[in-house]
Design a protein around this ligand. Structure first.
Ligand code: SF4
Length: 235
């Protein structure tokens, strides 16, 4: 397990590698304690395909909030069949109906921060105890907030222990991602063909309002992240 002082040299080493070799390092270093977290955005699809085509044993999981588009659930099934993999389906403690009883109906319309906390962040928090390496599809060109995302970093679990986070496509452009998907004929979310770019829960996803990929998320709120990727740094 690298320490904070190891991260700059590790970052430099991994930056020089291809995305596939970054994933190979992940599998060889962390084995079953590595996991690919995906919400089936284009970059996540590329990571799943790369891992499979390289024969890497990197298990994948997704946060199923119960509010995903039917098209996203259909894509999960398509990818599992196409790639011959199983993507673990992690669900919140409460169903959407139970949450409505506890916190009132349509919490996302009144307090999306709390709703994401319950339906995404708390679920990931639990999963991170089973991992030492969390692999995600975050890219720097997705938004202003993500433009300084590191390739590799340490992040904190809720109990302040540390794990490593790797964004193997952090330096890929949107065009590179789509070139990969098209050239390998990988299934993707059909909502992209209707103009959607970043696709999350149905109530909080709209067509983008600018060139910022994530501008269609939580429209009308001062919110651009669900809280998964702006976790506290280790203390
Ligand atoms: S994206 Fe919207 S519906 Fe989904 S968990 Fe967050 S606030 Fe709730």
């Amino acid at each position: 397990m690298p320490s904070a002082s190891d991260i700059p040299a590790l970052d430099a080493r991994l930056t020089a590698l291809s995305a596939g070799d970054r994933l190979r390092w992940a599998a060889e270093t962390f084995g079953a304690r590595a996991g690919i977290g995906t919400s089936f955005q284009p970059a996540g699809i590329v990571i799943l395909h790369l891992a499979k085509s390289l024969g890497l044993n990197l298990p994948a999981f997704t946060l199923n909030t119960g509010l995903l588009f039917p098209e996203t659930l259909e894509l999960k099934a398509q990818l599992e069949k196409h790639l011959g993999i199983t993507i673990e389906d992690l669900q919140p403690a409460q169903t959407v109906a139970e949450q409505a009883v506890t916190h009132g109906p349509e919490l996302w319309k009144r307090d999306p921060e709390k709703c994401c906390g319950l339906r995404k962040v708390a679920v990931l928090d639990q999963k991170l105890f089973a991992l030492d390496l969390w692999i995600t599809g975050v890219r720097r060109d997705q938004s202003q907030e993500r433009s300084v995302t590191p390739l590799v970093s340490l992040v904190a679990r809720p109990n302040h222990t540390e794990l490593v986070k790797l964004n193997p496509l952090v330096d890929w452009s949107r065009e590179q991602v789509w070139d990969y998907i098209r050239s390998h004929q990988i299934p993707y979310n059909v909502l992209h063909d209707r103009g959607f770019r970043s696709i999350g829960c149905a109530p909080c996803t709209a067509l983008p309002t600018s060139d910022d990929e994530r501008s269609g998320r939580w429209v009308g709120f001062n919110k651009t992240e669900c809280g998964l990727h702006n976790r506290p740094r280790p203390q």
